[in-house]
Design a protein around this ligand. Structure first.
Ligand code: URA
Ligand code: CA
Length: 431
């Protein structure tokens, strides 16, 4: 096939159906033609299904990623000190970014981050930030870069102009049962990271009941694929595999999670959320050459430097810092109660996320409105002893809206029984 843009879609589909690897030129032609409307959606869908079954070689996946990244606008962060980024495969009760971003900035990195909104049972960073009165997550490029330079942190909603070819492919994948493919997922995620312009990246890859990848083996395979793509593109990349069976923090729901992030920034919260933040930040900044020991990262969290940076960041994006301690939380409360006495052996993060979504705190489709004040606060974690009837969580709702559905989602979402040994939240670090 020539590199003339005269790609024949059927040839590309047949080649992949036979298990052949595409060259970068073929991928560029094929994706380019599809963006111009010269490849029909049914042809793209057939090709995607062939990729699902035949897979892609590492160099081929790296080439696809670059082609997707090159399909739209790209940020140039090279003039900023230590441009770093983080990606999470998505969890429940996971406010890591809200703490990691100011913490990394307090230690000398630049976090100029484009972030997404929540979908399904996972919340999005942008939505959480918008629960702070006045906070604007829509920054024009110039303002975004200026703030990144002056404050060290800027977080903006991801524009549709970033890796638009990925957006088009993802919409088709969603509708054709072709999401579950490591090369497709890894290239999709990494294309947006490459276009985002950071030079050092840490990947927060979750495994478990509340995660996109249910098994540690699948999560590891995805993490390894993303690390290889990043290295191919000249980034330093590390990946942290962590458990997402129960929610990471105690709070699930936007404003409630901001409140919990503040508690971590104030050094008031211990537990898995703080642990994941410390491991991710340490790996990221060590790979960038900014810190050696984890104790340096812990110090910046415990002595208030990260909190101070968080407040500067919120103020820079129009947020009312004085309002951080009185975020609007839905006024009515109900409880999810333990069905038996014993040790909590399991809390299903996905069900907790769905319960909060049913209270109005989640989207079933893009563009849905979200109630930022509803949510759940867990009073027990796996390994804790509870008595029958004791609250496992407080649900914050608005006049009962969605409450019945939320309690139904939680029915059976906890297992209580004999004592069990708990495991650390971090499974493994890939360097
Ligand atoms: N998230 C993405 O951005 N892309 C995928 O393919 C899956 C999850
Ligand atoms: Ca089309």
């Amino acid at each position: 096939m020539s590199h003339s843009g005269q790609v024949n879609p059927v040839d590309v589909i047949v080649a992949k159906r036979r298990g052949e690897a595409h060259t970068r030129e073929v991928l560029a032609d094929f994706i380019g033609a599809s963006m111009r409307g010269d490849v029909a959606d049914y042809q793209l869908a057939a090709w995607l299904m062939a990729v699902v079954w035949r897979g892609m070689r590492d160099d081929e996946t790296a080439a696809l990623t670059q082609v997707l990244a090159d399909s739209g606008e790209q940020l140039d962060l090279r003039g900023l000190p230590y441009p770093v980024d983080k990606h999470s495969t998505g969890g429940v009760g996971d406010t890591t970014t809200l703490v990691l971003a100011p913490l990394a900035a307090a230690l000398g990195a630049t976090v100029a981050k484009l972030s997404g909104r929540g979908l399904g049972h996972s919340g999005g960073t942008i939505d959480k930030l918008e629960s702070i009165p006045g906070f604007s997550a829509t920054l024009e490029r110039e303002a975004f870069l200026r703030q990144a330079r002056e404050v060290g942190v800027a977080v903006s909603g991801q524009s549709a102009g970033l890796a638009p070819a990925d957006g088009a492919l993802y919409a088709l994948r969603d509708a054709t049962g072709t999401v579950e493919s490591i090369p497709l997922i890894a290239s999709s995620i990494m294309s947006k990271k490459l276009a985002g312009g950071a030079k050092h990246l840490v990947l927060d890859v979750k495994a478990g009941r509340g995660a996109f990848m249910k098994s540690a083996a699948d999560a590891r395979a995805l993490a390894e694929a993303m690390v290889r793509i990043g290295r191919h593109a000249g980034l330093t990349v590390r990946a942290v595999l962590s458990r997402m069976d129960e929610p990471l923090g105690r709070a699930v729901g936007h404003a409630l999670e901001v409140r919990e992030a503040l508690a971590v920034l104030r050094g008031e919260a211990r537990g898995p959320l703080r642990e994941v933040v410390l491991v991710l930040t340490h790996e990221l900044l060590a790979s960038a050459g900014l810190v050696d020991d984890r104790s340096e990262v812990e110090a910046a969290l415990d002595d208030g430097r990260a909190l101070e940076r968080f407040e500067r960041w919120v103020a820079a994006q129009g947020g009312d810092v004085a309002a951080l301690d009185r975020l609007e939380i839905a006024p009515d409360e109900a409880h999810w109660r333990a069905s038996a006495s014993g040790t909590v052996r399991r809390i299903d993060a996905e069900r907790v996320g769905l319960a909060v979504a049913r209270l109005g705190g989640g989207r079933t489709k893009k563009g849905d409105a979200v109630d930022l004040g509803v949510g759940a606060v867990l009073h027990a974690r796996v390994g804790d002893a509870v008595r029958a009837g004791e609250p496992l969580a407080t649900l914050h709702h608005r006049a009962g809206r969605g409450l019945e559905g939320a309690l139904a989602a939680l029915d059976g979402a906890a297992a209580i029984g004999a004592p069990i040994a708990t495991e650390g939240v971090v499974i493994e670090v890939l360097r």
